[in-house]
Design a protein around this ligand. Structure first.
Ligand SMILES: NC(=O)c1ccc[n+]([C@@H]2O[C@H](COP(=O)([O-])OP(=O)(O)OC[C@H]3O[C@@H](n4cnc5c(N)ncnc54)[C@H](OP(=O)(O)O)[C@@H]3O)[C@@H](O)[C@H]2O)c1
Length: 212
């Protein structure tokens, strides 16, 4: 029987690509999104659970039967400066708690390069890098088989991902750099299948592949 992978934030630009890549690998997926979330046509026909991420019981119900969860939720830029705390901290904490209650053992969080840094321009939006670190900490202390993936600046470009090579390193080693969302999605799926990435914080960016 195929193991079921849940993907939260699957309506987001990284989340939907994670779902597409999981499907391309023949995985069974369940998409956890808000009642108002819009999904691309490529994900029509998937097992979709619409819920309130503020309600633990709804998260637990949506996660029952899943083997793993990839969290690709993240506060969208807005005037609500509490967004990062509500989404990148609290909604992550709640998803972690729900995984424990629902028996989901393997959990991956898409976080961000520079997570935990206080003196950073990105923090002008609700101390987002601090909030992300609090979310990571909840996962790291959960007792679950966790992986934190911290990508650099996310790019929409789909045209040239094959021309890029990944730069992967441990926690607090990369300060800048970018990466196409498609490559982040592929890397997340790779991590789920790679036991050595359990209990690791991994920072990823990409750079043009050198000609041989
Ligand atoms: N932008 C960058 O350069 C960058 C760099 C490094 C890391 N990151 C992080 O990488 C992750 C993915 O980024 P992205 O740009 O691909 O994401 P995105 O397109 O902004 O999508 C965000 C996702 O989170 C969901 N979400 C937002 N608020 C929510 C809430 N209150 N409850 C439940 N779900 C909520 C959104 O749902 P709706 O569709 O319903 O709004 C959407 O599915 C995020 O955590 C982001 O912070 C971003």
């Amino acid at each position: 029987m195929k193991t079921l992978v849940a993907i939260s934030g699957a309506s987001g630009r990284t989340g939907y690509r994670i779902a597409e890549e999981a499907l391309a690998r023949g995985r069974a997926v369940r998409l956890l999104v808000r009642s108002t979330s819009k999904l691309p046509p490529s994900l029509a026909g998937c097992d979709i659970r619409r819920l309130d991420f503020g309600r633990l019981s709804q998260l637990v119900e949506a996660l029952r039967g899943c083997h793993s969860l990839v969290m690709a939720t993240g506060a969208r830029p807005s005037v609500n400066l509490l967004g990062p705390f509500q989404v990148d901290t609290q909604a992550v904490q709640r998803q972690v708690q729900a995984c424990r209650q629902a028996g989901v053992g393997r959990v991956l969080l898409v976080s961000s390069l520079c997570s935990g840094q206080l003196w950073h321009n990105l923090n002008l939006f609700g101390l987002i890098l601090v909030c992300k670190r609090w979310g990571e900490e909840a996962l790291e202390s959960s007792g679950l088989d966790w992986t934190v993936v911290r990508p650099g600046g996310l790019k929409e470009a789909e045209a040239d991902p094959e021309q890029q090579e990944l730069v992967v390193s441990g926690a607090n080693t990369q300060q800048q750099g970018t990466i196409p969302r498609r490559l982040v999605a592929r890397y997340c799926l790779e991590c789920l299948d790679t036991p050595s990435t359990v209990h690791q914080v991994l920072e990823i960016t990409s750079k043009p592949r050198q000609a041989p």
